[in-house]
Ligand binder design. Structure first.
Ligand code: ADP
Ligand code: ASP
Ligand code: MG
Length: 384
């Protein structure tokens, strides 16, 4: 029999405060197929945890205290607004104590190893998931809400801060810890981003890696769908923060969406679609603010002929690059010159082409990158 289980992941902006968490709760309540919920740290908390490490390493005790208090107060404020139960408040206090102790340790040693950074970073997801699970218990009393420690499921190698998941171990853990109790009464809540190595040391999958956690668990439980709830109504023709007139994409293939993510589109962590592609599980991307507005469905279906769907901007030490993403891009005659004629060959330099993308380097001495991306989107509009 086909499974009909959904794994739903809620990103940092979707759980930024009590109101946002309540919206996510409503999405879960409205869809009984959601069996596993993956939670990111509340918005900006992972950045703040990095500041904890930086201030402590340079011996800035005041700065450290300030940011530690900001993190603690933010979570206590959310807990108050959500009427978090006394037992969970005590658990939150323990995590706050861990945060203070780690900060103090880094301050004392003036050193934060990658392993310590992962331990520190794990606190963001552990705090948010703790509060979110309690909220679900309160709001959906007919469900048994089980808070799972993702470190017991997502086994990885010991490459701290960018750990590689161990697929077979994850499958085994899903089989023993989730599958036996997947039923209509139980709702699992776990953390995105974090895992653990063979010594049970905390690891993380890399910044923004919660999307990947969701698809790894989706693969492990053979879900019928993975939902990525974020702050945009799906994948658009360009980052809506860079261009006003974007077009949201109804369907896109795993390979195209992976190309887009790898070439700079922040909407998905680049490895997100590997597990779902292996098991042919569709992935939905939508907005937790406007869940009824639909979103993008990512599947293995792809266009048979040439198509362009979106552009992305990537910045690294070599410069700023704009990529046009689609399918059979390398088959289209003279595409490079056609695009350059729209873009202006004086400001863009062809870099590379393959089946799913064509990339140009922006000459930032002649054209600012924000204007370059607008120009590129205009060029894309001739094809979509
Ligand atoms: P979350 O906290 O939910 O993981 P992210 O900030 O990581 O959310 O990802 C969502 C953001 O991705 C959007 O707010 C948007 O600015 C950005 N983004 C970049 N490229 C695209 C794109 N092509 N389509 C939609 N959003 C994009
Ligand atoms: N909280 C982590 C980060 O901000 C992981 C995630 O949100 O995907 O990088
Ligand atoms: Mg993200």
């Amino acid at each position: 029999m086909e499974n009909n289980w959904i794994v739903a992941k809620f990103g940092g902006s979707s759980v930024r405060d009590a109101q946002a968490m309540l919206r996510c709760c409503q999405i879960i309540e409205n869809n009984p197929k959601i069996k596993v919920v993956v939670i990111s740290a509340t918005q900006n908390t992972t950045n703040q945890l990095e500041t904890v490490s930086k201030t402590a390493q340079v011996g800035d005790g005041m700065g450290l205290e300030l940011v530690v208090n900001e993190i603690i107060n933010k979570h206590i404020y959310i807990a108050r607004e959500l009427f978090t139960s006394p037992a969970v408040l005590l658990e939150l206090e323990v995590l706050c104590g861990e945060l203070k102790a780690l900060g103090a340790l880094i301050l004392k040693d003036r050193l934060c190893s990658p392993a310590t950074m992962d331990e520190l970073n794990s606190l963001g997801e552990r705090m948010s998931s703790l509060l979110f699970a309690d909220l679900l218990r309160l709001r959906i009393p007919k469900k048994i809400v089980q808070l799972l420690d993702a470190r017991k499921i997502i086994k990885t190698n010991s490459d701290f801060q960018k750990a590689e998941p161990q697929i077979e171990l994850i499958a085994k853990n899903c089989e023993s810890q989730i599958l036996p109790t997947i039923n209509d009464e139980t709702l699992f809540v776990t953390q995105g981003f974090i895992g653990s190595d063979s010594e049970d040391c905390t690891t993380t999958l890399g910044r923004e890696g919660s999307d990947y956690s969701a698809t790894l668990i989706g693969e492990g439980v053979s879900a019928s769908l993975v939902q990525i709830w974020t702050d945009v109504t799906g994948i658009a023709s360009c980052d809506p923060r860079l261009v006003d007139e974007v077009k949201f994409i109804k369907t896109i293939s795993y390979d195209e969406a992976t190309a887009l993510a790898s070439l700079g589109a922040k909407v998905l962590f680049p490895s997100t679609l590997l597990p779902t592609k292996r098991k042919n599980i569709p992935v939905f991307v939508g907005s937790s603010l406007y869940p009824d507005r639909g979103g993008t469905l990512i599947t293995q279906e792809h266009d048979c002929a040439f198509s362009l769907k979106a552009i992305s901007l990537l910045e690294n030490k070599d410069g700023a690059f704009v990529s046009f993403v689609g399918t059979h891009i390398d088959k289209k005659n003279d595409l490079k010159n056609i695009l350059l004629s729209y873009l202006g060959a004086d400001c863009f330099q062809f870099t590379k082409v393959n089946i799913h993308s064509i990339t140009f380097k922006i000459d930032q001495s002649k054209l600012e990158k924000s204007l370059a991306i607008k120009k590129a989107h205009l060029a894309l509009s001739k094809f979509i």
